[in-house]
Design a protein around this ligand. Structure first.
Ligand code: PEP
Ligand code: MG
Length: 581
């Protein structure tokens, strides 16, 4: 037996596990194409097709029940998306039409129609849409398996300490994994932002995806180490490697535990400079995580997930219920609700929006809201009503000029007047903020600062637009550099402009949760950092070991360097021993 085979892929969910491989064959069943000769054959194939659809729906409904029992809301919403595809009239009609018109068997027709769907989506070159093609693949395979009568529900009874190895796992399969016995999984396909990876993180099980041929190189019963933090998989480790990973696993678990003691400690530097450490959330179910990691509040509630993959728009009461729950659960800590950032790579099925050549620079975020005013007003009413139940703030994404802020404030004033007339309670002094995530608003930060109560810097977009690097294109990802002197200069300008106007500045892009950048952000005088909840305690630990005055000196000097590399090594030298290696 070959020992110590190292496979590398993408770490989709962090942590180290050591277990026994269990292969799951989710391959596409073999079909030969059959031409039909009689009308009776045609009708029979159409009937087989509809039966396969009904069976597929029943299986997904069962998976949904399972997922609901386990309280994995992301899983439910993904299964709902798949159920919607199965009810799609265009899909159903196209397949039956092809069987009838072209006189071909059901599996053949399904393959052709699905290929067409995928081709249409494939022409839209963005990551989110690309992931929708994998949803279509999962559905196609399910229908085909049901047509072939070979359907098997995935890994219903895995052995203890199983590590699932598969060419691919659908989100529904993943959400139904029994986490009492399944430690984690590895797959040949997938990406970090795929739905399958999202579910792995929600279930808190380590996973590595995009391994290419893991399912061919691993056999049932092999011992497997999965390092979900670094995207590595080791098959049949030798004694030395096993020992190394056992130690690493123990260290990781100990590190996680040790961080919990920072939960209730204040977010202060050693010399008493306060930086509020806040959480970014996408769905209301994450509130428990926010509290578990002791966040000082919510710095970014991305509300677009309440609109995606739904047949109808959420009602005002539905939105109000969600925002109120967050406000009440966290009170008196702040909950910063960002109005919908729809468009770009996130689309809504309820509204027809024209296809755009360049969606990242198109009708996105506040631009969309200022065009679809009824949708915007409904959301503002819900947020304002929730503000009577805690400390709610509102912020607006993608603001690029002062006029947009004026328009937003006009609409907000109108909505407030309406609520007052209706005697609905709300906080009349609710704070409003602008996200600074477009170079134009960064450049005129002094002018925008006069219009708002706070700023929140969205570095994910700001860096993409400032450095002209598509944030979802892996070809140029090597150029995505938060330490680029242009980025740091713009950050300094934004923070100084806000402070000159007497308003605080938060940062809610991914840069905020990276320990390496903390001394710089602290030295620049950032007031709040908002990040994924699991990053909070490590950042707090480092913050509590840093000296604000020293960070100010570091920042003062770093503006003399001309490259990101020089800045990185200078900061590492100056903070030696304080930051993780
Ligand atoms: C950002 O752009 O940094 C940000 C926080 O917004 P999003 O990632 O949702 O675009
Ligand atoms: Mg953004």
């Amino acid at each position: 037996m070959e020992e110590n085979i190292l496979l590398t892929g993408i770490g989709a969910s962090p942590g180290v596990i050591i277990g026994t491989a269990m292969l799951v064959d989710r391959g596409r069943p073999d079909f030969s194409h059959v031409r039909l000769s009689t009308d009776q054959d045609v009708e029979q194939q159409i009937a087989f097709f509809y039966r396969a659809i009904e069976e597929s729906k029943a299986q997904l409904e069962r998976a949904k029940q399972e997922v609901r029992k386990r309280n994995v809301p992301e899983g439910e919403y993904i299964i709902d998306t798949h159920l919607l595809i199965l009810q799609d009239k265009v899909l159903l009609n196209s397949v039956s039409r092809r069987i009838r018109d072209e006189k071909i068997d059901a599996a053949w027709a399904v393959g052709l129609v699905m290929a067409e769907f995928k081709k249409n989506i494939g022409e839209i070159s963005d990551e989110y849409m690309q992931e929708r093609t994998s949803d279509i693949d999962y559905i196609e395979q399910r229908i085909l398996r049901n047509l072939a009568g070979t359907t098997v529900e995935v890994v219903s009874r895995p052995a203890e300490n199983a590590i699932i190895v598969a060419n691919d796992l659908s989100p529904a399969d993943t959400a139904s994994l029994d986490v009492k016995t399944v430690l984690g999984f590895v797959t040949d396909c997938g990406g970090k932002t795929s739905h399958t990876a999202i579910i792995a993180r929600a279930l808190k099980i380590p996973a590595v995806v995009a391994l290419n041929d893991a399912s061919l190189r691993i056999s049932n019963g092999d011992m497997v180490i999965v390092d979900g933090t670094n995207g590595a998989v080791i098959v049949n480790p030798d004694a030395q490697t096993l020992l190394k990973y056992r130690q690493q696993k123990a260290k990781y678990e100990e590190f996680e535990r040790s961080l919990l003691r920072y939960k209730s400690l204040p977010s202060l530097s050693v010399d008493g400079f306060r930086v509020n450490l806040l959480a970014n959330i996408e769905i209301v179910e994450e509130l428990d995580s926010v509290q578990h990691y002791g966040a000082d509040g919510i710095g970014l509630f991305r509300t677009e997930f309440l609109y995606l993959n739904k047949q109808t728009l959420p009602s005002e009461d539905e939105l109000f219920g969600i925002f109120r729950r967050a406000a009440e659960q966290l009170a008196p800590k702040p909950v910063t609700v960002r109005t919908i950032d729809i468009g770009g790579d996130k689309f809504m099925s309820q509204i027809d929006v024209a296809e755009e050549m360049n969606p990242a620079m198109g009708l996105r975020a506040i631009r969309f809201c200022l065009k679809e005013i009824p949708i915007f007003k409904t959301q503002l009413r819900a947020i304002l009503r929730a503000s009577a139940y805690g400390k709610v703030k509102i912020m607006f994404p993608m603001v690029s000029c002062v006029t947009e802020m004026w328009q937003v404030k006009d609409i907000l004033a109108g909505v407030m007047a309406e609520l007052t007339r209706e005697k609905q309670p709300y906080d009349p002094h609710i704070e409003i903020g602008s996200m600074i995530e477009v170079p134009s608003s960064g450049t005129i930060a002094d002018l925008i600062a006069r219009e708002v109560d706070f700023f929140s810097i969205g570095t994910n977009d700001l860096i993409q637009y400032l450095l002209a690097i598509d944030r979802v294109n892996e070809q140029v990802s090597y150029l995505y550099e938060p330490l680029h002197p242009a980025v740091l200069r713009l950050l300094r300008r934004i923070i100084d402009a806000a402070h000159a106007q007497g308003i605080p500045v938060a940062m809610c892009g991914e840069m905020a949760g990276e320990p390496l950048y903390l001394p710089i952000l602290l030295g620049l005088g950032i007031d709040d950092l908002s990040m994924t909840p699991i990053a909070l305690l490590e950042v707090k630990k480092i913050l509590r070991s840093m000296d604000y005055r020293q960070c100010r000196r570091i920042v003062h000097e770093l503006f003399t360097f001309s490259t990101a590399e020089e800045i990185r090594s200078f900061v590492s030298r100056e903070t030696a021993g304080l930051l993780p290696a």
